[in-house]
Design a protein around this ligand. Structure first.
Ligand code: SF4
Length: 365
């Protein structure tokens, strides 16, 4: 089975920049970026990132703001902070060279069993199994694992399946890096969630789920995704050509990134006087607000957010950060239009900047 899969992979794999030079550092960056993000989105980010930070040392030496700027738009910014922290550990403990033993890799911030196995198998052909979204689906089907994948016992079973396939590949002369990438590629292409292309699949004759006619029902996941609706309001406050912005605290969704003042209004009436009072309490400024009429719906992790936008028509008082924000390391500042281009911004902060002039003239379309 593994030989057939490796042959299929050799003929159908996508040409991706991290595959051209699969060094541990580059594979690591790609694997972290690929968590929660589609390949097509990752490619240009990866190229810019490794161009600017070609080694762990260059990444470790960079400011966090610059690392976040290179991550802006990819989302899940904890990944960027972890990769930056891990680069510093690599410099402190491994003389700037990415470690090559499993335990040292696993000890780096932001790296779990899957990522450590992926880096070391793909870059160095070490024999480690991997298990992520695509390979969970492939192994569940190949081995007809019908138990709930949310159970620890099922995860254990799937890791055993993955290990069994890597061992079989090694016995057949197929390198671990090749078989792991082939399994992921199979899950990303033919063995998709709905309507798997079993007729074109190189391992169809070894697939238990296909034989039993249950492929599309696997993997079984009893945990239903629960989405939460939220309403937020973003405030545009401009004075003498500068815009009020805040750097999000460590406990916030976009920790370390800059954003316009933003308030959760899910459980309270969203009106100008309430938003003005909240802003004054947080930063000392007194503003008169007008609803721009523009809103934006988007999803962040489990939240489905409707973001409304208000702009200040009058601004009084001095910027004075509340004790609560100081304790949470939230920074407030004024940013020129040029600063807004350079600062690492939240995803919706960037959307607002891109239509800032229209919103500033609102109510608008
Ligand atoms: Fe997936 Fe179908 Fe291939 Fe089985 S035969 S691994 S279900 S694509």
């Amino acid at each position: 089975m593994t030989t057939a899969l490796a042959e299929w992979f050799a003929n159908s794999q996508r040409d991706l920049p991290w595959r051209r030079r699969p060094e541990p550092y580059r594979v690591w960056v790609s694997e972290i970026m690929l968590q929660q993000t589609q390949v097509a989105t990752v490619v240009p980010y990866f190229e810019r990132f490794v161009d600017r930070f070609p080694t762990p040392s260059s990444l470790a030496a960079a400011d966090e703001a610059e690392v976040l700027k290179h991550w802006e738009g990819l989302g899940y910014y904890r990944r960027a902070r972890s990769i930056h922290a891990a680069a510093k550990v690599i410099c402190d403990r491994h003389e700037g060279v990415f470690p090559t033993d499993f335990d040292s890799v696993l000890a780096l911030p932001g790296i779990g069993r899957y990522t450590a196995g992926a880096i070391l198998s793909i870059a160095l052909n070490q024999s480690h199994p991997i298990l992520e979204g695509n390979t969970i689906r492939v192994h569940s089907r190949l081995f007809a694992v019908t138990d709930d994948i949310g159970q620890a016992s099922t995860q254990k079973r799937l890791w055993e399946c993955a290990d069994q396939v890597v061992r079989q590949a090694t016995r057949s002369g197929v390198p671990p890096g090749t078989i792991n990438q082939a399994l992921m590629e199979l899950g990303a292409s033919l063995c998709r969630v709905k309507q798997p292309a079993c007729d074109d699949c190189p391992v169809a004759k070894w697939c238990s789920a296909r034989e039993r006619g249950i492929a599309e029902s696997l993997p079984r996941n009893d945990r239903k995704s629960k989405f939460e609706s939220r309403r937020e309001a973003v405030l545009l406050v401009e004075r003498r050509g500068k815009w009020l912005v805040r750097r999000c605290g460590a406990d916030e969704r976009w920790a370390g990134l800059w954003d316009f003042p933003r308030f959760d209004v899910t459980h309270a009436p969203c009106d100008a006087s309430r938003l003005s009072a909240e802003l004054e309490q947080r930063c000392g400024l007194r503003v008169s607000l007008l609803d721009t009429g523009w809103s934006h719906r988007h999803a962040v992790t489990r939240f489905r957010i409707e973001l409304g936008c208000w702009r200040a028509t009058q601004v009084d008082g001095r910027l004075r950060v509340s004790a609560e924000d100081r304790s949470r390391q939230v920074e407030w500042s004024w940013a020129t239009r040029g600063d807004l281009e350079d600062l690492p911004l939240s995803a919706t902060g960037r959307i607002v900047v891109n239509r800032l002039e229209r919103l500033a003239d609102s109510p608008c379309d």
